[in-house]
Design a binder for this molecule. Structure first.
Ligand SMILES: Cc1cc2nc3c(=O)[nH]c(=O)nc-3n(C[C@H](O)[C@H](O)[C@H](O)COP(=O)(O)OP(=O)(O)OC[C@H]3O[C@@H](n4cnc5c(N)ncnc54)[C@H](O)[C@@H]3O)c2cc1C
Length: 458
């Protein structure tokens, strides 16, 4: 075998697998392959000036490369079993939380020291939410911020590059079961290993499907979350964001009984484009450094859509809706809440009359031509519900960017060790469909590294 362990994907899952493996057994020969660039070479060409929207680079620097999809994220590590994935269903609630705390300690040691840990414990907002038909989920949130998150990644890379071999700009094409392990093929040749960790995230979801098909690994997929990103003056939510930073709030709509939730809240942040498999959707981030902060807060409002038999392509459904907005808006579309309610499109003129300055240059349009009525009704209902705990949410000038889609990778069949039916082949992070967040993906990496280190030692 060329290597003891090969890791595919250098996102949080892959990074924390490599970290823990080399810590537990420094003699292991480990290599990490990633389709994207090393951290210092990751640059999205959108500069808001010459290049205003996604030009579909061969390798997307936002989603791929050292640090994975989270590299330029807000660096919010949510320490909770209430959202961010279902890792606890495989490894138990206590173990999942312990691993997330362990990851947090490492992040602090590698540059995150001094960053804030927010908590919902004992918050007065729980009661306020309940009184208005809203439910605040429990969590502790470490907010690294985009800038400190980058520093932590730089430091982790400096530490790891002495201990493991990195192959960047090297997408793995296939995995084959061979005698005593696995053989992976890529443009740089074939490599063999005893154990293989696959951590390819959301951007590797299509490839993951082919791997599962080829290796006959069972999968299931039936959920997609669709909605908009809301942007409003930071003051409207400041009482919540100052105390909790991120509040995950759930609402059940009166009309259809659908679940709508807030997701990825970015106080004083910016709305950004996201490119998933060529489709431009919207996301958001914010900086810890006050000099880089904006006057707006943004968060997503997502409606969970679960499909029943015979329909199986939930992600395809989400993609079609995102494509519609791309078709009408040439990318992401933006609409004032007041225009949406009055049944008219937003125009450049109406946008320029607004009191709110958008942080993303998007095409003014009409989201009711893009989002199905049921989803749009749910979003509007929740905006009015949030207006009761944060008056001003339903103001005419509140901006809605569409569409935001939260694709769920198909869930892959793995054991409590996150090992597939093939012994020594582990599938972790967002690519496994089990995690959907930085903290859960990182924790899954530590979990498999410990199992491998123990097995190789015995
Ligand atoms: C803009 C943005 C903001 C976000 N903000 C937050 C946040 O604040 N908090 C939070 O908890 N989560 C956030 N997320 C989600 C979070 O980034 C992911 O949950 C997390 O990165 C998943 O980690 P992962 O290691 O499983 O996968 P990823 O981070 O997606 O990493 C997978 C890696 O695998 C590589 N890869 C894919 N296919 C192949 C292949 N065939 N061969 C080789 N390499 C391959 C990719 O290049 C990528 O680098 C955000 C995501 C985005 C896009």
């Amino acid at each position: 075998m060329n290597y003891d362990v090969l890791i595919i994907g250098a996102g949080p899952g892959g990074i924390f697998s490599a970290y823990e493996l080399t810590k537990l057994n420094p003699n292991l020969k480990v290599a990490v392959f990633d389709a994207g660039h090393p951290l210092h070479k990751r640059h999205c060409p959108i500069d808001g000036d010459k290049i205003k929207s996604c030009i579909g680079c061969n390798i997307c620097s936002i989603m791929n490369g050292f640090g994975g999809a989270g590299a330029f994220s807000d660096g919010k590590y949510n320490i909770t079993n209430d959202f961010g994935g279902t890792l606890y269903e495989y490894i138990g609630k206590k173990q999942a939380l312990d691993l997330m705390h362990y990851v947090d300690e490492i992040n602090l040691r590698y540059g995150g020291e001094g960053t804030k840990l927010y908590s919902t414990a004992g918050s007065k907002f729980k009661k306020l939410c309940l009184q208005n038909g809203l439910h605040l989920l429990d969590a502790s949130v470490r907010h690294l911020g985009t800038d400190i998150n980058y520093v932590v990644l730089e430091n982790l890379y400096e530490h790891l590059k002495e201990r493991v071999e990195f192959f960047f700009e090297t997408p793995v094409e296939s995995i084959r079961v061979v005698d005593g392990g696995y053989e992976i093929t890529c443009a740089k040749g074939t490599f063999t290993c005893e154990k293989c960790i696959v951590s390819v995230g959301r951007s590797g979801s299509k490839w993951m499907e082919t791997v599962c098909r080829d290796l006959k690994i069972q999968t299931k997929s039936n959920r997609v979350d669709i909605g908009v990103r809301v942007e409003l003056p930071a003051e409207v939510f400041s009482h919540l964001t100052d105390e909790l930073y991120e509040s995950k709030i759930l609402y059940r709509t009166q009309k259809y009984g659908d679940l709508v939730r807030t997701f990825c809240m970015n106080p004083r942040g910016a709305v950004v484009n996201e490119n998933t498999n060529g489709i431009v959707t919207v996301n958001g981030h914010s900086y810890e450094d006050p000099a880089k902060q904006t006057e707006n807060t943004n968060f997503a409002l997502l409606v969970a859509k679960h499909f029943s038999e015979p329909f199986k392509d939930s992600n395809g459904y989400g993609e079609s809706i995102a494509r519609l907005s791309n078709m009408l808006g040439g990318g992401v579309m933006v609409q004032r809440f007041g225009d949406l309610i009055r049944g008219r499109r937003s125009t450049e003129h109406r946008m320029s009359d607004s009191f709110l300055t958008p942080t993303l240059n998007a095409t003014a349009g009409d989201l009711s031509l893009v989002l199905p009525k049921r989803l749009l009704d749910g979003i509007i209902e929740m905006i009015y519900a949030l207006d009761k705990i944060a008056p001003g949410t339903a103001n005419d000038d509140t901006l809605l960017y569409g569409v935001e889609v939260k694709f769920y990778n198909m869930e892959v069949e793995v054991s409590d060790k996150l090992e597939s039916r093939h012994k020594g082949l582990y599938i972790i992070g967002d690519g496994s469909g089990i995690t959907h967040s930085l903290s859960h993906a990182s924790a899954s990496g530590v979990h498999v590294a410990r199992d491998i280190a123990e097995k190789i030692a015995t």
